[in-house]
Unconditional design. Sequence first.
Length: 159
Amino acid sequence: MSSSITFDPAAIRELAKILRETDLTEIELVENDSRIRVARVIPAQALTTYAAAPMAPPPAAMAPPPAAAAAPTLSAEFDPKHPGAVTSPMVGVAYLSPEPGAAAFVQVGSQVSAGQTLLLIEAMKTFNQIKAPKSGTVAWILIEPGTPVEYGEPLMLVE
């Protein structure tokens, strides 16, 4: 049993024209037991290649911001077991203000009441308010904004 495929040269030319116009490399038509495939090879120099944009050099390491002159440093005077010690309840990044550029929640010498927000700790994209354990005066701020903190690390002292 001989099956001959009948084809229309004008139809094949039309398919080739479609290939050129659409930048396709192949078209295949299937009807019952007949199949016509028209393909073209694009020369390598005609291919458009895209190079990745050069990456900017990494920024130079920034020096840490200078510590505020008024903020006392951690010394032998600080007792982490003090009843007014505010320690980190989690691992995260500590922030002293509600948003960049805003005023800090508290400063050394600020009067605070029990439950007042002292700072924020960001952990897993969630900002957690750290509240004053008691009323009093902020005597020590032991961290800088944006400082990574560990569980149990002393952050502030309220006397």
